[in-house]
Design a protein around this ligand. Structure first.
Ligand code: MG
Length: 253
């Protein structure tokens, strides 16, 4: 069963989303070459706590693995779930930041990718296409549509550009839990899957590559990289389905 949020729950989720968007704005301002990924993690954690919320990923468990940080920092061929550490961010790096918070018992989840410095044309093309793909997916998160419409919009936009779509990880419902039904793949058929109804809240998050669709997990049990070492980008918003259309909760309006 896909949880349907009551209007009061959406009020709380709007506040949670706005707080997360404020942290994104701060990170975008502070992200510079030569800082370490751990510096970024500390910045995000401080900002979340200052806003009266709690980090959503720190302590998150998959099987026996416990995620140790507030932020996932994934660079170049790393797709998602990179663990912050001593690595310094370099000019030309494709840096994806993914993180969430809990506020008032509800989760918000977001991600964005930046090319540090000028980068090369492929990096810029990848990042622009991934963000545009997310927005195309979000545009179809509307009452009467189906989950498959979202993935179809994403896939049919990026494949003709010669880009890969990560299929081993998908978007998800979100609310009282970080991951709720339904799964929201970034591929698929239009008019397939669960019917979208008012009060559903989805994390829509295309992970797009310059090469293969396939990924593998590194020995740290978290970091997901592309199978062919091609670079990857990731954008994500938490989106409420409302009678007035998709409402992006993790954006400063
Ligand atoms: Mg997510």
């Amino acid at each position: 069963m896909i949880p349907i949020k009551e209007p009061w729950e959406l009020v709380v989720m709007r506040t949670a989303g706005r707080k997360l968007a404020e942290v994104v704005a701060r990170l975008r301002e502070r992200l510079v070459v030569d800082m370490t990924t751990l510096d970024l993690d500390r910045l995000s954690e401080e900002a979340i706590l200052e806003l009266g919320a709690k980090p959503a990923f720190k302590g998150y468990k998959v099987g026996r693995a416990v995620f140790p940080a507030t932020l996932c920092v994934s660079i170049n061929e790393q797709v998602v779930h990179g663990i912050p550490g001593k690595r310094k961010i370099k000019s030309g790096d494709v840096v994806s930041l993914d993180f969430g918070l809990i506020y008032g018992g509800y989760y918000a989840d977001t991600a964005f990718t930046v090319v540090m410095g000028e980068g090369d044309a492929d990096a810029r093309r990848l990042v622009a296409a991934t963000e545009a793909a997310m927005l195309r997916g979000i545009a179809l998160a509307k009452v009467g549509g189906r989950v498959g419409d979202i993935g179809h919009a994403i896939e049919s936009f990026v494949r003709p550009q010669g880009l890969g779509v990560v299929t081993q990880m998908v978007g998800h419902g979100i609310g009282r839990k970080l991951h709720e039904p339904p799964s929201v793949p970034n591929y698929g058929k239009a008019k397939s899957g669960d019917l979208l109804r008012p009060g559903m809240v989805l994390a829509i998050e295309p992970m797009i590559t310059l090469g293969t669709d396939d990924t593998k997990i590194l020995g740290d049990q978290w970091t997901v990289v592309t199978e062919d070492d091609s670079r990857s980008a990731h954008f994500e918003h938490t989106v409420a389905i409302t009678p007035a259309g998709p409402e992006i909760l993790t954006r400063l309006s």
